[in-house]
Design a protein around this ligand. Sequence first.
Ligand SMILES: Nc1ncnc2c1ncn2[C@@H]1O[C@H](COP(=O)(O)OP(=O)(O)OP(=O)(O)O)[C@@H](O)[C@H]1O
Length: 223
Amino acid sequence: MSIAPSPPSILSVRQLSCERDERLLFSGLDFDLYPGELLQLEGPNGVGKTSLMRLLAGFLPASGGRIYWQGKPVEGCWEEMHQALLFIGHLAGIKAELTPLENLHWFAALEGGQEEEDLEEALSRVGLAGFEDQPCQQLSAGQKRRVALARLLFTRRSLWLLDEPFTALDKQGVAAMEHLLVEHAQAGGTVILTSHHALEQLTGLRKIHLGAPQAGVKEAIHE
Ligand SMILES: Nc1ncnc2c1ncn2[C@@H]1O[C@H](COP(=O)(O)OP(=O)(O)OP(=O)(O)O)[C@@H](O)[C@H]1O
């Protein structure tokens, strides 16, 4: 029998399993995550990293096991958890017909508002000065990703779930992003991310490796 976690763990999973299309992706997954931690989910394509992120965010039901938010079963406090959660998925969530500045206004409205100059400053910090008013559909893949990530510069949410945040970013973009994640953790925030990058600059990074896909049961190996 698994023991329920207690605070100060921010997020915990116990014996978590995930099945999709009658295929077991992982089972028996246990971990605790504390404020100030950076956690990378690793593993080959198709092993279930995105599925685990979606499950932690409540977008996908678990096949078994439990998720706890600050020591409480998450079923009773999804709303509380979602107020603290920022999920940026593969598709980045930006609206192609809007400009970077309009997209940030939209994100800021979800956070309770933000001054225009702060949003311009965020765009400038992610290297998009001069592109504020160009429709996002006219931007490159890396620039679109930067628009989505600019949100991290003003969000007040403490738990960041970032699915492949470095996709399409150049070297300098990856380095800036790594710096931002470390800053967030140092301020007491928590990050779970998936990435195929080595992420050598992320000091204190914890890793959970999901096993290679194969028929039948797969086990999660903790590092
Ligand atoms: N919408 C879906 N419906 C059914 N099965 C899905 C769906 N999305 C993904 N899967 C299956 O779930 C499995 C895990 O997919 P997932 O996206 O979680 O893997 P991943 O580890 O994030 O892979 P990658 O490194 O390629 O991003 C895959 O075998 C995939 O076919």
